[in-house]
Design a protein around this ligand. Structure first.
Ligand code: HEM
Length: 135
């Protein structure tokens, strides 16, 4: 059985090939799931959103994301100043998974569900550790 992270990467790669505007689709789904985030990101343009989503996708594909304490401490702190709250991160990762599942040309089963859930748990655990705002 492949490692969970390889399963996740394969789904993301397939989805990004099938949907050339993967970032745009992910943001649309994100704002649908999380109107608070839509409001908070109202002033951001496509370039800024693109840079943000590029980092989000890298984190989703990072087998060692759990060791990025310094990075998360810094980014979660920055994002708190923008007004980001923990539930917004959960919605962001959910949106990426939804669009990936929708666009991915590979079969999607429990292995894919588990791979995504595992990585989401790792990322949200770190984000929760460095969040000082409660949801
Ligand atoms: C792990 C998840 C996230 C990562 C890696 C991330 C990364 C980034 C990066 C790199 C930028 C700067 C883009 C640039 O100007 O170059 C950015 C900006 C921004 N992010 Fe995120 N982000 C994440 C989650 C969120 C969430 C959950 C929200 C909540 C809505 C959010 C709201 C914003 C806003 C409002 C800005 C613009 C800040 C400004 O006005 O300068 N981000 N993000």
């Amino acid at each position: 059985m492949p490692h969970a992270i390889d399963t996740l990467i394969a789904t993301l790669e397939s989805a990004a090939t099938a949907e050339p505007d993967f970032y745009g689709a992910a943001f649309s789904r994100y704002f649908e799931l999380c109107p608070d985030s839509r409001e908070l990101m109202q002033h951001t343009d496509e370039l800024m959103r693109g840079r943000m989503m590029e980092q989000v996708v890298s984190l989703l594909m990072d087998a060692d994301a759990g060791s990025l304490e310094v990075y998360f401490k810094f980014e979660v702190g920055n994002h708190e100043a923008y007004g980001a709250q923990p539930h917004m991160y959960a919605h962001l990762f959910q949106a990426c998974e939804d669009v990936t599942r929708e666009c991915c040309a590979l079969p999607w089963g429990s292995e894919e569900d588990v791979a995504w859930a595992k990585q989401r748990r790792v990322l949200l655990e770190l984000i929760g550790r460095y969040s000082s705002v409660a949801d």
